[in-house]
Structure formats: structure tokens, C-alpha cells
Design a protein around this ligand. Structure first.
Ligand SMILES: [Ca+2]
Ligand SMILES: [Ca+2]
Length: 257
């Protein structure tokens, strides 16, 4: 009898634990996680893939900590993301550890997202998320830029590739691109996007808030399109793709730091 009671108590405990394990994790939506504070650049920024300017020291550093399709340790390579602004441009900096520099796409407005690739999605108002601007650039500077309309028709997203603003990009690589046999160190990408390409509501005022997402694709084999993905703000389900606007974060323009 006592054995039965102990057994049923153990069953109950297991049942309780499994119920707890099934409790869904809280899914944060836009504005719930800490906003990214965009420091104002205090000097001209040269887009060369290097953080030589002292101004970059004032930029908030965030890591892309949310990984998808990441089964092996190599699928979880570290990325640091920084952003600044001035009257003319929004400046982005991606700093990526990478043991296998890989990029096959060479065409414009094609599929750099299958490669080692930095991605940035942005919209100049935080509460109107039907569309956003997108920039996806691989480590050989093959770029795909577009306006994206979320679930535009029958829940299908609509990409307007004809959006081709002028912006500056430079990449540095530490290693050899497209050689599976050696071990690389990493890459950086610096981007300057004119404010005019992002907003016709005028230049951002101090305190203005926009919505954005920063993404990295990490491909590690020349002949295999598999790549892992990491994001600054969590998107939870990669099958719904990285463009889910309600998973974006907020960026806030600061005067200085
Ligand atoms: Ca385009
Ligand atoms: Ca890689």
C-alpha cells in the first residue's frame, strides 16, 4: 500500500513537472525589450569596415544572441552590432567571428542571404509595421535592398526590389573566402545609409523612435546552402521568417551617448 502511495506521488510529481515544462515561454513583442540607444556620431565617419573613429566607442554594443537552425557549436558564432547616426546617415557596424568565410552570390538584388550576410530591417515609425526597408549584404558586397510589405496579399509578403538607394558599404575579412579546408577568423561590415533613403518625415529628432531588426546569416560550407541565423531581437519561430514586424525592437535617437 505504502509502495502504491509513493508510486502515485511520484507520478503526480512527474505530471506536475511536465505541465510546468509545457508552459509556453513569454513571447516579447515590439517595445517590450530594451530599446537600442543610437548615439550621435561626434565626428565624420569613413566607411571602410574599421572602427578607427573614436566616435564608435560611444556606440552601444549589442550581441545577436538569438540563434535559429543552430545545432552545432559552429552554428552559434558571435556577432556584435553597433549603430550611430548624424544629420546625414545611419551608420551600422557588424563584427562577426567566423571560422568559415563563405559567399557565393555575386548578382545584385539576388540571394546574398544564403551566404555570410548582414541584414538590417528598419521602419521610421514604430507603430506602423505594414512595411519596412531591408538591406542584406554578403561579405563580397553582393547586396539585396528592397521595400517589404508584410503579408501584403493572402498572407504572402511582397518585396519591392526596385528600391535601390545609394548607400556605402565596406567589408573587412580575416581569412580566405570559400575555402572549406582552412580556418578563418571573421569579418566586419560597416554601412552608411542616408537618412533620406529611410524617411521622408524629415530627419530624426533627438528622442525619436524607429523600429528595426538586425540579423546575421552564417554559412560555413561552400557547396551547402545551409546557414544558421541569429537576431538581435528574438523572433522565436524561424519558419515565419525573420521579417515578422511585431518582433522588431525599438531604436531611440540620442543626442550624444
Ligand atoms: Ca533593390
Ligand atoms: Ca560563415
Amino acid at each position: 500500500m505504502i509502495r502504491k502511495i509513493i508510486a502515485s506521488a511520484a507520478c503526480c510529481l512527474v505530471a506536475c513537472l511536465s505541465v510546468k515544462a509545457q508552459t509556453p515561454e513569454k513571447k516579447y513583442v515590439i517595445g517590450e525589450l530594451p530599446s537600442y540607444k543610437v548615439a550621435k556620431a561626434t565626428e565624420p565617419i569613413t566607411v571602410d569596415g574599421k572602427m578607427d573613429e573614436a566616435a564608435w566607442k560611444n556606440a552601444e554594443v549589442r550581441s545577436l544572441d538569438y540563434f535559429y537552425r543552430a545545432d552545432k557549436p559552429v552554428d552559434k558564432q558571435a556577432t556584435k552590432f553597433r549603430m550611430m547616426w548624424d544629420e546625414t546617415n545611419l551608420y551600422l557596424f557588424y563584427e562577426c567571428q567566423d571560422t568559415s568565410l563563405t559567399a557565393r552570390e555575386t548578382a545584385f538584388d539576388a540571394r546574398p542571404y544564403l551566404d555570410d550576410c548582414a541584414e538590417f530591417f528598419v521602419v521610421p515609425v514604430p507603430d506602423s509595421l505594414n512595411m519596412h526597408f531591408g538591406f542584406e549584404i554578403n561579405i563580397t558586397k553582393a547586396a539585396y535592398d528592397y521595400m517589404m510589405f508584410w503579408q501584403y496579399y493572402q498572407k504572402r509578403n511582397y518585396f519591392v526590389k526596385g528600391y535601390n538607394p545609394a548607400y556605402k558599404v565596406e567589408v573587412t575579412t580575416n581569412g580566405t573566402i570559400n575555402n572549406d579546408k582552412d580556418k578563418d577568423k571573421g569579418w566586419t561590415m560597416e554601412i552608411a545609409i542616408p537618412i533620406d533613403a529611410l524617411s521622408n518625415f524629415g530627419r530624426p529628432r533627438v528622442g525619436a523612435k524607429w523600429a528595426f531588426q538586425a540579423v546575421r546569416q552564417d554559412r560555413n560550407l561552400v557547396d551547402d546552402r545551409f546557414r544558421s541565423t541569429s537576431t538581435l531581437y528574438p523572433i522565436y519561430d524561424i519558419r515565419l521568417d525573420v521579417h515578422q514586424p511585431n518582433r522588431f525592437g525599438i531604436m531611440e535617437f540620442l543626442d550624444k551617448k
